[in-house]
Design a protein around this ligand. Structure first.
Ligand code: GDP
Length: 297
């Protein structure tokens, strides 16, 4: 997995990995910090987060009397790892059934992520049920059904145009009857209509409250890492609308530059819980901050 992320992250046009290598081969002068900021920004970290990281390194270098670039590289890794450590990194699946809602705009990899996670949870001995809450597009439920077959788990769906909250109600009823451990709910990602989205998620939320009071619940935003800073804008909007417990960052095997994870943790205070590193069923991994930073820097 580490090699996969690393391969993905260094396959970028700007070749960020190479820039860090060059940077940490030189002197720790003012020029170094300018170049560091630039390289961090190029890695998709965003200006504010890049400046914060660079300033933190400057401070630490002073306090710890760091003189050489390799030492500075280790210090930067520690700083970024700290910046990435926010909130609970693992899914809360304590209640039975627990509910995970997946939100995000179309095409980011929601369905694929649900499929991969269903397979992983099943392999872990959990009984999983999928709810096809994206009733806006028939193709979405079809796609999810293919994943449910691939993962060998049950799915609850209704016809196109059905009320997503009704699908969730059905799914929770089925989950209770079948003793499921986890319900994974797909939703429609209509961010362009915020009011609709908010109404829909609010209604789903009330159904869960009513049917499973006090249940463990995750609201996971799925973001496509290759969209860079755009992903951050989406994340801000979804956070306002939905109260996120975590982010899944997909397509880190492609041309993504990866720095976006630091910006998400830093600016939104929401932990990245999983990363997607391919289209296959095994290509989802729990987010590991030190490992990720090692691949990034
Ligand atoms: P949804 O509209 O959000 O449900 O997105 P889908 O799950 O249908 O995914 C959209 C496309 O992205 C599909 O072609 C997936 O195979 C692809 N995809 C999803 N996750 C990943 C990933 O981690 N890496 C790569 N390379 N492709 C992915």
């Amino acid at each position: 997995f580490f090699e996969k992320i690393k391969a993905g992250l260094t396959r970028t046009k700007e070749n960020i990995g190479h820039s860090f290598d060059q940077l940490f081969a030189g002197e720790l002068d003012d020029d170094f910090y300018d170049q560091l900021e630039e390289t961090l920004i190029l890695s998709d970290m965003g200006v504010d987060t890049a400046l914060a990281a660079s300033e933190a390194l400057r401070q630490r270098a002073k306090e710890e009397k760091i003189k050489t670039a390799p030492e500075a590289r280790d210090a930067l890794k520690a700083i970024l790892t700290d910046m990435l450590t926010v909130g609970r990194g693992e899914l809360d699946l304590t209640s039975r059934p627990a509910v995970c809602l997946f939100i995000g705009v179309n095409g980011v990899g929601k369905t694929t992520t649900i499929g991969k996670l269903a397979a992983a949870l099943k392999a872990d001995g959990r009984r999983v049920l999928m709810a096809a809450g994206d009733t806006f597009r028939a193709a979405a439920a079809d796609q999810l059904e293919i994943w449910s077959q691939r993962a060998g788990v049950d799915i609850v769906r209704q016809s196109e145009g059905a009320d997503p909250a009704a699908v969730v109600f059905d799914a929770l009823t089925a989950a209770k009857a079948r003793n499921a451990d986890v319900v994974l709910v797909d939703t429609a990602g209509r961010l362009h209509n915020k009011q609709n989205l908010m109404n829909e998620l609010g209604k789903i939320s009330r159904v869960i409250d009513r049917e499973l009071p006090g249940a463990s619940r995750e609201t996971l935003l799925v973001l496509d890492a290759t969209t860079g800073q755009n992903g951050l804008i989406q994340a801000r909007q979804f956070k306002e609308t939905a109260g996120l417990t975590g982010v899944v960052l997909t397509k880190l095997d492609g041309t993504a530059k990866g720095g976006i994870v630091v910006a998400i943790a830093q600016e939104l205070g929401v932990p990245v819980k999983f990363i997607g590193v391919g289209e296959g069923v095994d290509d989802l991994m729990p987010f590991d901050a030190p490992q990720f930073v090692e691949a990034l820097i």
